[in-house]
Write a protein that binds this ligand. Structure first.
Ligand SMILES: Cc1ncc(COP(=O)(O)O)c(C=O)c1O
Length: 360
């Protein structure tokens, strides 16, 4: 029997998202390794058990890992486990939980989100205070958790000290801290510190740990660092439809990602390609870069017509229709040639824009 050809061009890469990328070959090999024979279902398999020790190496001896299917699920389970029905979660207005989860934290977890406007997607102790009032007032949802994203949805980074300051401030007010780490590896790579430096070591209670955007096929993980901050994790994972029966195939991917620095190699490459992209497009006439590319994305403003033509050549997202801001995101498999080709295409489209303007 001959294999059918792929339905897509396996060499095509764009700048839309790190989850457009395929599976890292070492992850694919790991999945194959875990295949064959029978294993207990629902996480009682040897791969998931082994994984506990792997996560503990990164997050400390009391960390417990709960593999799940996706990041929205990880966030919804984490926040549900950290709150009572009358509680609220303080987050940045731009947080994924507030903008991009179809209301799941509200609809599925039944939570009140207290979303605070920020300029760069980052909360500060002062911004937390803007939403932390109303304690003990039965008319108000009770602030219970501060959720931060590292790295943020706007491609910015909290320093270790910034996270530490938020955690200290939050804990002093009896607020627990959740960290949405869909891109935690990119953050650690950019800061050049272990992941525990801005989680366990500074007192973050629960992490939604990202795998999919960093080379895995599918899977994220709730990492409970402080067991006192949660309750009912195992039940909530099932209730939230995030308990994989063939969990060994999710767990073995994390093992491959975390055991041999693959997480760091992948994140470093993605970050380096964004830095290369930023350098290549900085100074192109008519293109305004909104902020430094701290991890694996570059945000820019350019004329909508040029952006539209460029999208026909390389997929990427318009981030903000009103301002015309676009996001160019790199991933573990982005090559230098991809970046250089994109920069040439951008220059061509911007030059075409200028000549159209002159003609018009
Ligand atoms: C910061 C952040 N958190 C969580 C998610 C959740 O991802 P998903 O539910 O698509 O796996 C994403 C995905 O884009 C994200 O960027």
């Amino acid at each position: 029997m001959t294999n059918p050809p792929p339905l897509h061009d396996p060499d095509a890469r764009g700048f839309a998202s790190d989850n457009y990328a395929g599976i890292h070959p070492e992850i694919l090999e790991a999945i194959t390794r875990a295949n064959g024979g029978h294993q207990v279902a629902y996480g009682a398999d040897v791969y998931t058990q082994h994984l506990q020790g792997v996560f503990q190496q990164h997050f400390g001896a009391v960390a417990t890992a709960y593999p799940v299917f996706n990041g929205t699920g990880a966030n919804v389970i984490s926040l549900q486990a950290m709150t009572e029905r009358w509680d609220a979660v303080i987050c940045a207005e731009s947080a994924h939980i507030n903008v991009d989860e179809c209301g799941a934290p509200e609809r599925v977890a039944g939570l009140k989100l207290l979303a605070v406007p920020t300029s760069q997607g980052k909360l500060t102790p002062d911004l937390v205070d803007l939403a932390a009032g109303g304690r003990g007032d039965e008319h108000r949802a009770q602030p219970k958790v501060v959720s931060i994203t590292q790295s943020t949805e706007l491609g910015t980074l909290y320093s270790v000290d910034e996270v530490a300051a938020i955690v200290e401030h939050a804990h002093a007010r009896d607020l627990a801290v959740h960290l949405d780490g869909a891109r935690i590896a990119n953050a650690a790579a950019a800061l050049d510190v272990p992941m525990r430096a801005f989680t366990t070591d500074v007192g973050v209670d629960v992490v939604s740990f990202g795998g999919t955007k960093n080379g895995m096929m599918v899977g994220e993980c709730v990492v409970v660092i402080n067991p006192d901050a949660v309750r009912g994790m195992a039940f909530l994972r099932k209730l939230s439809m995030q308990l994989a029966s063939k969990m060994r195939f999710v767990s073995v991917q994390f093992d491959a990602l975390l055991s041999d620095d693959l997480w760091l190699r992948n994140a470093r490459r993605a970050n380096a390609m964004a830095a290369r992209l930023e350098a290549a497009v900085r100074g192109v006439d008519g293109v305004e870069l909104k902020r430094a590319a701290e991890v694996n994305s570059v945000f820019a403003i350019l004329p909508a017509a040029a952006a539209g033509r460029l999208q026909g050549r390389y997929p990427f997202y318009v981030w903000d229709e009103q301002s015309g801001e676009v996001r160019w995101m790199t991933s573990f498999d982005t090559t230098e040639a991809d970046v250089d080709g994109f920069a040439v295409a951008l220059r061509e489209e911007m030059a075409a824009e200028v000549s159209r303007g002159q003609a018009g």
